[in-house]
Design a protein around this ligand. Sequence first.
Ligand code: ATP
Ligand code: MG
Length: 320
Amino acid sequence: MQAIIRIENLSKSYADGFQALKNIDLDVFPGEIFALLGPNGAGKTTLINIVCGIVNPGSGRITVDGHDVVRDFRHTRSMIGLVPQELSTDMFETVWSTVSFSRGLFGYRASPQHIERLLRSLSLWDKKDNKIMTLSGGMKRRVLIAKALAHEPRILFLDEPTAGVDVELRKDMWKIVRDLRESGVTIILTTHYIEEAEQMADRVGVINHGEIIRVQEKHELMRELGRKQLVLHLHEPLARVPASLESFELELAASGARLVYTYETRAARTGITALLTELSEAGIRFHDVDTNESSLEEIFVGLVRQEASPDGRTGAGPTQ
Ligand SMILES: Nc1ncnc2c1ncn2[C@@H]1O[C@H](COP(=O)(O)OP(=O)(O)OP(=O)(O)O)[C@@H](O)[C@H]1O
Ligand SMILES: [Mg+2]
């Protein structure tokens, strides 16, 4: 499939010499939800702002639907909606006029029907005549989404769309994003709520110190780096793991009342059958079993930590 956004060998240094992005190569495909994950200062906003033409690229090439974002800025920008990380909008304008104005900015003919549909879908209809300053934080964030969608863009960037938003509203936002995807919009989002990426993303890119350290289909990433734990609740607590079970590298937990077996989800053989046979032979009985799976969050923390460790192969700190 042809990428809708193609980033090739992008590097960016700010005026003070700080290198925020290093040799980024990334393709985003039409109709996908792509989550860009990375710690504070990793370069997510810089990357988004460059694709949107707000920040100049240093070196490298970016195309949106085959058009260069620098040379064909007006064209590429009109295909993109951006919900910025910072809440910045005219506080004295009404919801209706600020969203309608955004559409006009891109040279589109006024469409009260589209604006009405948008405001209703974002539960902002009853606030349409309110000044922005009278809205709550979560409502202001929804106004930013409405502004970004006013010109019916094919691509939507959401930079931390749910920062400071309550659980209920966050779930509403997820639904809005999924519905947009259903309507064919390509979505790129950054988030610190990794559960959000776990819930929504088709693919995940992990960025750290300005470098993309992994890009993968979410389920594949979770399968590849995920681990599972089998927790056995024992009838009788054990003082130590019997020698016959040594090869399973079991851990004793809850003062010997639980045995924990960790295994790779991608392994062809998990070793569970062998473990249960050995347990039975050793006369160890249990009355309950739990399994836990690593979350995307644990995988993410592991990836970033691994990269930052002194013996990590790409673990360079920020370079000036
Ligand atoms: N205008 C600027 N001048 C100099 N350095 C900048 C500028 N804007 C950003 N940076 C630096 O570039 C790095 C990446 O910043 P960026 O805002 O892209 O990070 P981020 O991944 O979006 O972080 P966060 O999760 O906190 O939003 C940071 O070290 C930041 O200090
Ligand atoms: Mg940011």
